[in-house]
Design a protein around this ligand. Structure first.
Ligand code: URA
Ligand code: SF4
Length: 264
């Protein structure tokens, strides 16, 4: 996190440039006789109590609760924030027990693809084959996304493919709120490290999680959204596409928008 003092200075400088009132900071006075470089402590301001008679210094209120502010960044100790590679994240995921989905998984499915991928695809979570192999989007859904990538001249190997949830849910039910909350820092960190040009969110869970909204997929399609500044295109989940082949055409249209952004 950015140093608070630097931010405050920047803010004050901005205010000055924008013509705001000057902020005069108290200048400590040098007491005669003190060695050069030593200054008096800045005097504590006396806060007048309402109704206090003017001129008579009022007693300050008794000291309240005090605490030691945490030094440095609150999140500095978070191992997810300390990762520097996608492999570091995958290693953390492999040992993760942050939600109950760790109990029944065969393999974690952190995601795969090149670290310089310009396109990141985000699905919901691993299914049976993904759980068995530890790889995202294998099986029928995988074949379908390979075709979708081909439509915009991408090979699967060029795309980073991952999910919101890194462990399979029982009977492939939707991941629950607490499971998503526990797992999403991994996805966020993956995107921070990858810095892709475009994210393709496949299905409601991916779209709602990335965009931090409860809006339906229907409301989210047809617009370019942003996640931390990166354009996000929302489209159907591959399983839904397999059930509804007539949704393929709009899906192709959405991914072409992704292609246009990548080409621009
Ligand atoms: N396979 C995945 O890995 N994720 C999905 O969302 C669907 C299939
Ligand atoms: Fe950890 Fe995510 Fe697996 Fe839950 S789903 S155990 S948070 S990796």
């Amino acid at each position: 996190m950015t140093n608070g003092r630097a931010l405050a200075l920047k803010y004050l400088e901005q205010q000055r440039v924008l013509g705001g009132d000057a902020v005069i900071l108290p200048t400590p006075e040098v007491t005669p006789g003190l060695r050069p470089g030593l200054v008096n402590p800045i005097p504590e301001p006396v806060v007048p109590t309402p109704g206090a008679s003017p001129g008579k210094p009022e007693e300050l209120p008794p000291p309240g609760l005090s605490f030691d502010p945490p030094s440095g960044d609150l999140f500095a100790a978070d191992p997810v924030q300390q990762t520097h590679t996608l492999a570091d994240i995958a290693a953390l995921v492999a040992d993760c027990t942050k939600c109950k989905l760790c109990e029944a998984r065969t393999n974690t499915v952190p995601g795969e693809g090149p670290s310089d991928a310009r396109l990141v695809v985000v699905g919901e979570g691993p299914g049976r084959t993904e759980d068995e192999t530890g790889r995202p989007f294998v099986g029928k859904a995988g074949e379908l996304i390979t075709k979708i990538f081909a439509a915009i001249d991408f090979r699967r190997e060029q795309v980073f493919i991952c999910n919101v949830g890194k462990c399979r849910t029982p009977e492939n039910r939707l991941p629950q709120y607490d499971e998503i909350a526990a797992c999403v820092p991994y996805l966020h960190r993956q995107i921070d490290l990858l810095k892709p040009a475009v994210i393709l969110a496949m299905g409601g869970t991916a779209a709602q999680t990335l965009l931090n909204t409860k809006q339906s997929l229907g409301a989210l399609r047809n617009q370019v959204h942003r996640f931390r500044g990166i354009p996000v295109i929302v489209t159907y989940h591959p399983a839904a596409l397999l059930r509804n082949p007539n949704w393929k055409r709009p899906t192709w249209d959405y991914v072409r928008i992704a292609r246009d952004i990548l080409d621009s």
